[in-house]
Design a protein around this ligand. Structure first.
Ligand SMILES: [Zn+2]
Length: 411
């Protein structure tokens, strides 16, 4: 398909499809009852891979100004995240000898869930967060926060005020940046001569291995392999000197970067190890990317086949969870109330609302005890162990769990 799109990193023409998930609404735009009769905005969830730099990407169908100015996700609501943040803080303070004279800047600092731990250690911080509501929550907690989108211009202004970072953090933000080069250029400017950048993001290799196509949303413009991120940083004079792999978000990378001219930090052997692994797995050849799309279609066929069979056998099926990724899956597979009677979520903000596009009603989890469904389709599969143990009581009435990804499994 030719849409005359260009790669957001290297500006080559984009001619190759990674996966086409059809048309979908924004995955966090849950509907109130009175919106069900109104028009709903759908955008293509059409993903390209660049044959020059191998960056997997979506076009910017929706501007971040529309998505992120008021954002419903507060990081501090998740215990797992808070622990991850505290462990990170302790490690990085020790490893790079941060103290009261250091300056830590976090891009997309959300509600200050991470910077609060540096504040406790007496280390000066600054958060930069464009979503005004979450930024205000951080400011109320005493964490200095600028309500701005980050890029070259803001970095230049900050340096002019004498602000440069010893540690520059960006977790789960790079995917959401439409102008990637402007953002990384800004980081180069803001970083002190011997400063360190750390960034975390979902790893494309894991997305492909484990068939996590439902983690593709309009809000995430780019999907990074280690090889692609290394090229992007190198272009802006930044060198990756260490990398770690984590299980968060289905499999994430944490990269460590420094100025290319700063030779005080040696390059860890993890760097060549991961680069080689990706090369062996074919991430520098187009064939590996082309095979993903077929895997995704087969996942849809298998899930629908199972759901159709269960409905024909007179079984009742409901969902568990209403996460963003669930909405990609439901819309792509065309699963509505013809298959799922309802779904449940622990977040009270979603109760009484309906899933975007598919209009499945969302209730509190207690509803499951009342209706005793035969099957529970787990949408946040990354939390499946936790959910299976919390909801084990569905076995009392013969209920079973359905996990759709990486491949269909019934528990
Ligand atoms: Zn490219």
């Amino acid at each position: 398909m030719q849409r005359n799109s260009r790669c957001r990193f290297c500006n080559s023409g984009l001619n190759h499809t990674f996966v086409d998930l059809g048309m979908s609404p924004l995955c966090e735009s849950f509907l109130a009852m009175e919106q069900l009769n109104q028009m709903e905005a759908f955008y293509p969830l059409y993903v390209y891979v660049c044959d020059h730099c191998f960056l997997v990407q979506l076009e910017e169908y929706v501007s971040p100004k529309d998505i992120f100015t008021e954002y419903a996700y507060f990081s501090s609501y998740s215990d797992t995240w808070l622990k991850h943040a505290r462990d990170y803080t302790q490690m990085v303070v020790r490893r790079f000898g941060l103290n009261g004279k250091s300056y830590v800047v976090e891009l997309a600092s959300n509600d200050g869930y991470l910077l609060q731990y540096f504040v406790c250690d007496g280390i000066p911080v600054l958060g930069i967060e464009p979503a005004a509501n979450v930024a205000r929550a951080a400011i109320e907690k005493g964490i200095p926060t600028l309500i701005e989108f980050f890029g070259e211009k803001l970095a230049v202004d900050m340096v002019a005020e004498g602000k440069r970072a010893d540690l520059l953090i960006g977790n789960n933000v790079l995917a959401q940046v439409p102008n990637l080069n402007d953002f990384v250029k800004g980081m180069k400017i803001l970083l002190k001569a011997q400063g360190v950048i750390t960034m975390e993001f979902p790893h494309l290799l894991k997305l492909m291995d484990e068939n996590q196509f439902d983690t593709i949303y309009h809000e995430h413009f780019s999907y990074f392999s280690f090889i692609s991120i290394e090229k992007i940083f190198a272009k802006h004079g930044l060198t990756l000197f260490d990398v770690e792999e984590f299980s968060t978000h289905g499999g994430s990378l944490r990269i460590y970067a420094r100025h290319t001219e700063d030779t005080s930090k040696p390059i860890s052997e993890q760097i060549s190890k991961l680069r080689n692994e990706e090369e062996v797995r074919g991430l520098t050849r187009m064939e590996a990317y082309f095979s993903f799309s077929e895997k995704v279609k087969e996942t849809k066929r298998k899930l629908l086949e199972f759901l159709i069979g269960a409905k024909r056998a007179g079984k009742s099926i409901v969902g568990y969870g209403a996460p963003g990724k669930g909405n990609t899956l439901l819309n792509y597979c065309g699963i509505r109330t013809d298959f799922l009677d309802y779904t449940v979520d622990r977040n009270p903000y979603k109760h009484g609302k309906f899933t975007p596009g598919t209009h499945i009603p969302i209730f509190a989890p207690e509803k499951i005890k009342e209706t005793q469904p035969d099957y529970l389709l787990i949408l946040p599969w990354n939390l499946k162990e936790e959910i299976v143990s919390q909801m084990a009581y569905i076995h009392d009435w013969g209920g079973k769990f359905i996990v759709p990804i990486p491949e269909l499994r019934i528990y």
